[in-house]
Design a protein around this ligand. Structure first.
Ligand SMILES: *[C@@H]1O[C@H](CO)[C@@H](O)[C@H](O)[C@H]1NC(C)=O
Ligand SMILES: *[C@@H]1O[C@H](CO)[C@@H](O)[C@H](O)[C@H]1NC(C)=O
Ligand SMILES: *[C@@H]1O[C@H](CO)[C@@H](O)[C@H](O)[C@H]1NC(C)=O
Length: 400
């Protein structure tokens, strides 16, 4: 009888109103006989007036499905989404339409789908020879892009020669980092065969062979973007009220910058100006007494807001923060053993720790198409001196 039960679950007053209206309709449609006592009418009339007053004082929010005066009744109106709690600006409406359409678009089919490996580095890439081994024999299934922000690298592998893109200076923790990521995406998107876009640093190494990585990234429909809610000072503590109303504190998320992203999401990054500007202006180091780093918050927050089910919530690049220092562990040559690489490659749970006093540990199984699988395809940070060890061990530790 209360037709708006499932569409207005959290709009109690309206459901109540609809109930009253049903009562009115019912009592009206049956002939008068029952309504002899004036008390009945008085009670009813006062109930209705109370309701009308409250409806006037607390007007129903826009786009509410079962508007009480709607002649068609609730069931006729379909409104799958909860009503927005505020009126959106023109720019927000535009952004939401564009993002929604891009998310609905089916993936572009390519005969030779490729993975774009995008290297973000200050200069030389110490592990080019290792990557050369990794890429060897898979020529049609990948492409390489190098953004070298301070000096032009001399390449040691033919797969990297001629793959430098125009680059600009990158300052650690500043928006120029995000701009470099966007520049890499923009170049890599020019090749219509590129379907997944992996961001890697100069200290990253592969943990598996090419086929494993290719199948892991291609046969899934999510982006591996790290994302979690950190109520502590290095998480929500970096949020600035200036980001309101487009970015609210409850949506502010954190995650490592090293992503693997599907094409659809990469295009959304290209299209987004609104949310990007909020981070550019209000998430930066040394602002209002806090340090905010856009490269750790923009992607997790944006995708948490627009497509939470479309991201895995962990990064496929492993890093070891267990020493609890300002920087993660960096492996030396003597650390690099078959056992170390195998143990990183077999981790199948992602762990996030909050930065407040509670140091809350959040553990999630890594689910690949619903099945528990190892989380990581790459690892950082390795000193250049580890190259020889890694080359020696590569075919062994990447054997399946
Ligand atoms: C991904 O694919 C699975 C089936 O393989 C489907 O159930 C799921 O809805 C898809 N998710 C997205 C975000 O497209
Ligand atoms: C990622 O986390 C969000 C919650 O923030 C959740 O809704 C989503 O389902 C998660 N993604 C996957 C693939 O489990
Ligand atoms: C390769 O791995 C096997 C065990 O899987 C081990 O017996 C062998 O010594 C390893 N070779 C090298 C070069 O580490």
């Amino acid at each position: 009888m209360i037709c708006c039960y499932d569409i207005c679950l959290n709009e109690d007053s309206l459901c109540m109103a609809a109930g009253i209206r049903d009562l009115l309709v019912m009592s009206g449609s049956r002939q008068r006989p029952h309504i002899k006592r004036p008390i009945w009418i008085i009670v009813l009339v006062s109930l209705v007036s109370i309701f009308l007053i409250s409806a006037y004082v607390y007007p129903p929010r826009s786009s509410t499905a079962c508007y009480i005066f709607s002649s068609r009744g609730c069931t006729m109106l379909e409104q799958p989404e909860p009503p927005p709690s505020r009126e959106l600006s023109d720019n927000e409406n535009i952004a939401q339409v564009v993002i929604k359409e891009l998310l609905k678009a089916p993936p572009v089919q390519s005969k030779t789908p490729k993975i774009a490996f995008m290297f973000l580095t200050p200069g030389a890439l110490p592990f080019e020879k290792l990557w050369d081994k990794f890429f060897h024999g898979h020529d049609e299934r990948f492409s390489v892009y190098v953004h070298a922000s301070s000096e032009k690298p001399v390449h040691a592998s033919r797969y990297f020669v001629g793959r430098d893109i125009h680059s600009d200076k990158v300052a650690w923790g500043k928006i120029s980092m995000l701009d470099a990521e966007k520049r890499l995406l923009a170049h890599a998107l020019l090749d219509p065969d590129n379907q997944q876009f992996v961001l890697l640093s100069d200290s990253c190494v592969p943990l598996h062979n090419f086929d494993y990585v290719y199948n892991y990234l291609m046969y899934t429909n999510v982006s591996y973007i790290d994302c979690f809610e950190d109520p502590g000072p290095h998480g929500s503590g970096r949020y600035s009220e200036h980001m309101m109303p487009e970015v609210q504190k409850k949506d502010f998320r954190k995650g490592a910058q090293w992503f693997s992203m599907k094409r659809q999401h990469a295009i959304i990054i290209m299209a987004d100006h609104l949310y990007y500007s909020k981070f550019k202006l209000y998430c930066k180091p040394n602002m209002d007494g806090r340090n905010c780093y856009a490269d750790e918050h923009y992607l997790p927050t944006l995708f948490h807001m627009i497509d939470p089910g479309g991201i895995a919530n962990w990064s496929v690049t492993h890093v070891d923060w267990s020493e609890g220092k300002w920087h993660p562990k960096v492996y030396r040559a003597h650390d690099v053993t078959f056992e170390l690489l195998k143990s990183i490659a077999s981790v199948d749970e992602s762990v996030h720790v909050s930065s407040n006093e509670k140091k809350k540990v959040m553990v999630q199984p890594c689910l690949w198409n619903g099945m528990k699988r190892p989380c990581y395809l790459f690892a950082r940070k390795f000193y250049p001196e580890t190259l020889d060890r890694l080359m020696y061990l590569f075919s062994n530790y990447t054997r399946v």
